[in-house]
Design a protein around this ligand. Structure first.
Ligand SMILES: [Zn+2]
Length: 337
């Protein structure tokens, strides 16, 4: 890695409000907005985005018209296309003005130049290794605790939203931006059920939310990792592509001295609308942020025409069917009974 890629403390100092990683990240963003043109343009264009809300009982879904996301939403992520492009997360390929914060010698925290959030970061591993959650969940948990003052951390599986499936990375965005950040407890109580309560660990199956998910709560990260691994193995066994990571998006936030890890198992990456021709087409590629309640439409035509029925149908298509979800919940619960 070029040593100029890591930002110096002295460059961050004028912007620092707190000395934890969250405070440093916030400072990095302020520094980079002033020194990296692509980033300041990205945030400028964020000022003109449009948002509309769809109210459901117990939660809402926001739709964000964000033209800056066209590259990501329509990205070719097949192995051939990936092989032919230069990896944009490898430290040696970063633009000269892009600086990052080294995290535990293993990850580098960077500002995302195509933001969805008011503050949006990408946190790739320093080395070029594939996107893979099983071995990296412990790191994700630590990261979400260290960023917890301001940010929620998220993970997109290599086949369901990661635009660099060949390079391990997480993302982080300001807390409160996704409706689920503030709605989670209400959703859990109204639309979910507790399936595991064991010492310090609680697991919930939230099966009446639009995007069904499992949530793992504990102050003990090892208990979460162990339960997640059990979930992973059960979910893998239901998926036809053995050997590949089963599709999922994950949100993690640390609050009241415990982790809250929300795992959205996916049935498919892109809904049928993505592939339709003419008026029926909606260019929308759901990933973690969409699962958290913010659907991103990079094209204005889609933002204007998307209906409540489309939204319900999109979630129905990309998340697990009731029966599969229920079976996974049952098998997981049985391991702890
Ligand atoms: Zn890379």
């Amino acid at each position: 890695m070029r040593d100029t890629t890591i930002i110096k403390d002295i460059e961050l100092q004028p912007y620092i409000s707190s000395d934890d990683l969250a405070g440093k990240a916030k400072a990095l963003l302020a520094q980079q907005k002033g020194s990296w043109e692509l980033l300041s343009k990205g945030y400028k264009s964020l000022e003109s985005i449009e948002v509309k809300n769809f109210e459901f009982e117990h939660f809402k879904i926001k739709v964000q018209f964000n033209p800056g996301r066209i590259v990501s939403s329509s990205a070719k992520v097949d192995p051939k296309s990936i092989k032919e492009r230069k990896c944009f997360l490898c430290p040696d390929n970063l633009p000269g003005d892009q600086k990052g914060i080294l995290y535990k010698d293993d990850y580098i925290l960077l500002c995302n130049p195509f933001p969805i959030f008011n503050e949006h970061f990408t946190i790739p591993k320093t080395g070029h290794v594939p996107q893979e959650i099983k071995s990296s969940l412990p790191a994700m948990l630590e990261l979400s605790r260290d960023l917890s003052r301001y940010y929620t951390v998220f993970y997109n599986g290599p086949k369901c939203g990661a635009s660099a499936p060949d390079h391990l990375h997480f993302q982080a965005g300001d807390k409160g931006f996704m409706p689920i950040d503030s709605e989670y407890c209400g959703i859990r109580e109204s639309l979910g059920r507790k399936i595991i309560s064991c010492n310090d660990l609680q697991v919930f199956a939230i099966d009446r939310y639009l995007g069904k998910f499992f949530s793992f709560e504990s102050s003990d990260s090892e208990a979460i990792v162990k339960a997640f691994n059990s979930f992973y193995n059960i979910f893998s066994a239901t998926s036809p592509n053995t050997g590949e990571e089963p599709m999922m998006n994950i949100l993690s936030f640390y609050e009241d001295a415990k982790w809250h890890v929300l795992v959205f198992p996916r049935a498919k990456h892109r809904p049928s609308y993505f592939f339709m021709e003419g008026d029926d087409n909606i260019l929308l590629s759901p990933a973690s942020v969409d699962m958290g309640g913010v659907l991103i439409t990079p094209l204005e035509k889609d933002f204007n025409k998307i209906t409540r029925e489309n939204i319900v149908d999109i979630f129905r298509q990309v998340t697990l069917q009731d029966e599969t979800f229920g079976t996974i919940a049952e098998k997981l619960a049985r391991l702890y009974s």
